[in-house]
Design a protein around this ligand. Structure first.
Ligand SMILES: NC(=O)c1ccc[n+]([C@@H]2O[C@H](COP(=O)([O-])OP(=O)(O)OC[C@H]3O[C@@H](n4cnc5c(N)ncnc54)[C@H](O)[C@@H]3O)[C@@H](O)[C@H]2O)c1
Ligand SMILES: [Zn+2]
Length: 402
């Protein structure tokens, strides 16, 4: 709608206004490339059921190694459903983990693969992988032809419970995490439990940190459920892990749809609870500490901070620390004590990076009770240091070998 809004003698000003509506399905299934499973083919046929659809598959190298029969299963699935779908060219293998986001030539490789396969804006770039591969492929899909349809098959706990069901993508650049990327809602998401079966224990655990994060800011019952199921989660009981993923995915999706700021134009980002320090820990350790592991530390740090600042009742910090520790997280990294050349704790720069990324006033989510996040506009450096000391003491207490 174009409206004339003002005439001040120097010309006309019109006001342009329109809304874009997004809607996409998220399927929870098992064995998505079993020819009898209609989920994948239906996802592609959703808008034009009578048409044939071309798709390119980008596959996380880690998944490829863990599931050596997958490539063949995808080709077979495409030939069984050849009336509706065509696999365009060979499956493209993408290096797994943060490397996918750190190396600029990988994005170029992804874009070239799309160009070589002649993908158009009605065709699909399908990504199967962890959060890092989904981020890199999602970015390439969003900028190729200014955006081709993108379907995600997240293959880690973290990606199924959080990143894969979101609306953004990014790659790292100039030493900063997620510096370059777009907001680009996917065409469909398919969460397949089989991928999780093949995941190494470290990755299974890592993703649970994001579920605990979202429970802490939005859903105290979910947090209590995680506490009650701590034993089953520690041993990665598949049914319990499935439930954790599903609830976490719902909470993330609810926040994006109903939080009032799906494309993060404001200064707050509640889903990034604990992330200002987590992103810095990842960078300082050159990603030896994974995203989920860093989030667990960041969550423990900010929960302790909330107690120190008088927002959260004493004892709730130890409760969160205990749960994360029982699940097997190490709530310490020496990166918390690394100092810059000017002698300042390097982690503190995480706050500035966080503000720079969002723009506007620094806005950090803290807790005023388990299950309820609130926004604050500043953090006291001395109290952050005190929270770090608390984590250090707890880590010292856990050390078996001195
Ligand atoms: N876009 C977003 O909204 C958003 C949100 C949260 C996190 N992220 C990003 O997600 C990334 C972390 O993702 P992640 O925790 O999924 O880890 P990851 O993508 O780094 O993958 C970890 C490892 O697991 C391997 N792997 C993946 N699936 C496997 C499977 N099924 N079997 C065996 N190995 C498998 C990968 O090859 C890799 O080596 C970070 O870069 C983070 O910034 C993005
Ligand atoms: Zn995260």
């Amino acid at each position: 709608m174009l409206e004339r809004s003002r005439h001040v003698g120097w010309g006309e000003t019109y006001s342009q206004r329109f809304a874009v509506h997004y809607s996409f399905p998220i399927n929870f299934t098992r064995d998505v490339f079993d020819p009898a499973n209609p989920t994948f083919v239906e996802a592609l046929r959703r808008q034009e059921p009578a048409k044939g659809h071309r798709f390119v598959v980008f596959l996380d190298a880690g998944v490829d190694v863990a599931m050596p029969r997958l490539r063949h299963a995808i080709s077979r699935y495409a030939s069984v459903h050849a009336k509706s779908i065509t696999l365009a060219g060979d499956i493209v293998i993408v290096p797994g983990g943060e490397e996918a986001k750190n190396r600029p030539e990988i994005v170029e490789h992804l874009l070239r693969s799309l160009a070589e396969r002649g993908l158009d804006r009605h065709s699909y770039a399908v990504a199967i992988g962890g959060g890092a591969v989904l981020d890199a492929v999602g970015y390439a899909a969003a900028i190729f032809h200014r955006g081709v349809r993108h379907i995600r098959l997240p293959s880690t706990v973290l990606a199924q419970a959080d990143s894969g069901v979101g609306v953004k993508n990014a790659v790292n650049a100039f030493g900063t995490k997620n510096l370059i990327g777009t907001f680009a809602p996917p065409f469909a998401i398919i969460n397949d439990g089989c991928f999780i079966d093949h995941l190494p224990p470290r990755e299974k655990r890592s993703g649970m940190a994001e579920a605990i994060k979202v429970a802490l800011i939005r859903d105290h019952r979910f947090f209590e459920w995680i506490e009650a199921n701590e034993g089953a989660l520690r041993t990665f009981h598949p049914n319990v892990l499935d439930k954790l993923i599903e609830r976490s995915a719902h909470l993330h999706m609810h926040q994006i749809a109903h939080g009032g700021d799906a494309f993060e134009t404001g200064s707050a980002r509640p889903l990034d609870y604990g992330h200002w320090s987590a992103h810095k820990i990842e960078t300082l350790t050159r990603h030896r500490v994974s995203h989920g592991e860093a989030v667990a530390i960041g969550v423990a740090l900010d929960t302790r901070y909330a107690v120190l600042v008088g927002l959260l009742p004493a004892g709730e910090d130890a409760r969160v620390h205990r749960l994360l520790t029982k699940l097997g997280f190490t709530l310490w990294s020496d990166a918390l004590l690394t100092r810059d050349r000017d002698g300042e704790l390097a982690i503190m720069r995480g706050l500035r990076d966080f503000q720079e990324h969002l723009g506007g006033e620094l806005t950090v989510t803290l807790l005023n009770q388990i299950g309820r996040g609130i926004e604050v506009n500043g953090m006291d450096r001395r109290l952050i240091e005190a929270a770090i000391d608390w984590l250090a003491e707890a880590a010292e207490g856990q050390r078996v070998c001195r």
